[in-house]
Structure formats: C-alpha cells, structure tokens
Write a protein of this length. Structure first.
Length: 140
C-alpha cells in the first residue's frame, strides 16, 4: 500500500513539473514573439524616416520627383523576408500657401503575416518662383 501511495505521489510530481515546464516554455515563446514584433516596428519606423530623407534629397535634385516604391537592401541575407518596401508619395498642395506633402508608407518585413506598416508624413512650404533677371526692360 505504501509503494502505491509513493507511485501516486511520484506521478503527481511528474505531472506538476511537466505543467510548470510547459508554462515556462509558452511564456518564453510569447516574449520572443513580442521582442521580434517590437524589432519589426522599430525597423519600419526607421525605414519611413529614411524614406522622407530620401525624398528630400530627390526633390533637391529634381522638382519633378513624384515619389517611388523603394526597396532598400537592409542586410546581406538573401532572405526576402529580411527586406522592406517603402512607398514614397509627393503631393503638391495649393491651399492656403503652396506646399508639398511627402508621405512614406513603410512595410517591414516582406512577410505575409509578420508585416508591420508605418506611415510618416512631412509637409514643407514651397518657396515662390524667383523672377529671372536675364532680360531686363530697356528704358528709353
């Protein structure tokens, strides 16, 4: 009878240890997923900020720049899921003063269900066109 009670007690201990180990593993997996999600969100934010800077440089080179779909190389990995995509849009607004709105929509990573999307927007005033002094009027 005593050995039967010991077996039951041993089985109870094994069951408790198994349940506790399962709970610890589940908790660690949840923390790992959350850390990866936070990393993806941060990367998407940096991509969007970089896209705004890229658009500013492109606009300084050409006032006709209207945007693009930008796919920067983020790592040396050949894994496409490690890459991101940014849609850059440039809109000219006329009210109340001439301005440009630059919108960057970043998607990271290029993975179907882990993707994070971040939108950044910047509005800047356009300077009025300067009049050319190349052909001054003659006075008579």
């Amino acid at each position: 009878m005593r050995s039967r009670a010991l077996r039951r007690g041993g089985a109870l201990v094994v069951a408790m240890v198994t349940l506790i180990a399962g709970a610890v593993v589940r908790s660690l997996l949840a923390e790992h997923r959350q850390a990866r999600q936070s990393q993806n969100e941060l990367q998407a934010q940096w991509l969007a900020e970089s896209a705004l800077a890229r658009a500013a440089v492109q606009l300084a080179q050409s006032s006709d720049y209207a945007g693009e779909t930008w796919q920067p190389k983020l790592s040396t990995s050949a894994d496409e899921a490690d890459s991101g995509t940014v849609e850059i849009q440039v809109e000219k607004l006329e009210s109340p003063a001439p301005t440009q709105r630059i919108v960057a929509i970043a998607h990271y990573p290029n993975h179907e269900w882990r993707r994070v999307t971040v939108r950044r927007e910047y509005t800047r005033a356009l300077s009025p066109p300067t009049e050319s002094a190349a052909t001054p009027e003659e006075t008579r």
